[in-house]
Design a protein around this ligand. Sequence first.
Ligand code: CP
Ligand code: NVA
Length: 317
Amino acid sequence: MHKENNLQGRDFLSLQDFSAAEIRVLLALAKDLKSRQKKGGLQPLLAGKTLAMIFEKPSTRTRISFEVGMWQLGGTALFLSSQELQMGRGEPIKDTAAVLSRYVDGIMIRTFDHAVVQELARYASVPVVNGLTDLLHPCQILADLLTIEEKMGRLQGVKVAYTGDGNNVAHSLLLGCSKMGLNLAVATPPSHRPLPGVVAQALANAEQSGSKVFITNDPLEAVKNADVIYTDVWTSMGQEKEQAARRKIFAPYQINSNLVKTAGPEALIMHCLPAYRGEEITAQVLEGKQSVVLDQAENRLHAQKALLALLMGTARG
Ligand code: CP
Ligand code: NVA
């Protein structure tokens, strides 16, 4: 098949599978689509195409931004709850992948085990997009890179401090920042550090990009001189039984006005949402002047439109 761009037909399971140059192409198209949409123009880059969206966990932003994004690109999206698919009754992933590939042009999935997305991608003949697993949340970080670039005018050398749980968002942030030359300090309790394998990948990326990656237990140390302070929920989807214990473990990692003061009045406050006020972030900081959380949420739409147009369509970056 002749390919219009080298992202066409690819899966998007992890930022690690894409080069810095390819991520720059995605971000540039996202910016372009965003500015064209603001001027009121429709961009039918995926006219007649269909995206299947399988959800095994709840979602507000991911579901709506993918659905609206497909519509704005002239295509359509199908919301498929795994409970209502035969997959929920035990139909193998590989059969689901092969059958869906006969109907649709792309599959987005939000699930628990990362191996499920990998298996789906292995057996699907259409691009598969990771809409969040227990391990990674690459679509979120793609949108966040767009937000940081818009606000700071650059990515290279920007210092991001992440405080809280070493979870899926922390993992994708590690991979995305280290690829794109941002410096990242991650502060977590010793018991909830990011996985060593992901940290090793980030350190290897950092060697290439010139970024600095630093893991600590101390949130104050992490946020020193930070341009961006980022956090996420303490209890991720699927961990609800641990909620009470997690509230205690993560209490010193809350983003509050004291922590923000350490970074300074210019630091951007980021959170992928949903947020739990009074847990990982105070209401004052979440809703304060430095917060860009709604820009992050909006940019899910623009970043994913670029992603879908490049993977499923013939758009050029
Ligand atoms: N940030 C994010 O992925 O939000 P949803 O869970 O609402 O999709
Ligand atoms: N870490 C969170 C992110 C939600 C968007 C979770 O997995 O629930």
